[in-house]
Design a binder for this molecule. Structure first.
Ligand SMILES: [Zn+2]
Length: 85
């Protein structure tokens, strides 16, 4: 996997490498409502969940870097469709 940039795009300071630990997080475009499913092209939103085979309801860790100066988190949305969790 490609190494993430740890430079904040807002203030150009150093970001802290980390992750978001969650059962599920959705990104939904402005003007859209949550849906029971999302198209693969992410046009109507998408889930950051990694669907596991062995542990379907296990919490997941999504790569996310935090800028302590701007108080912002940047989340890597390149999520595999499924993993053998
Ligand atoms: Zn920043």
């Amino acid at each position: 996997m490609e190494k993430r940039s740890l430079v904040c795009p807002y203030c150009h300071g150093n970001m802290r490498e980390g992750y978001v630990n969650t059962l599920d997080v959705y990104w939904i475009p402005k003007g859209y409502n949550p849906r029971p499913w999302y198209p693969k092209d992410k046009s109507k939103g998408f889930s950051l969940r990694r669907y596991g085979i062995k542990k379907p309801f296990h919490t997941v860790a999504v790569d996310a870097d935090f800028c302590p100066t701007c108080n912002k988190v940047i989340i890597d949305c390149n999520i595999p469709e499924s993993e053998d969790l």
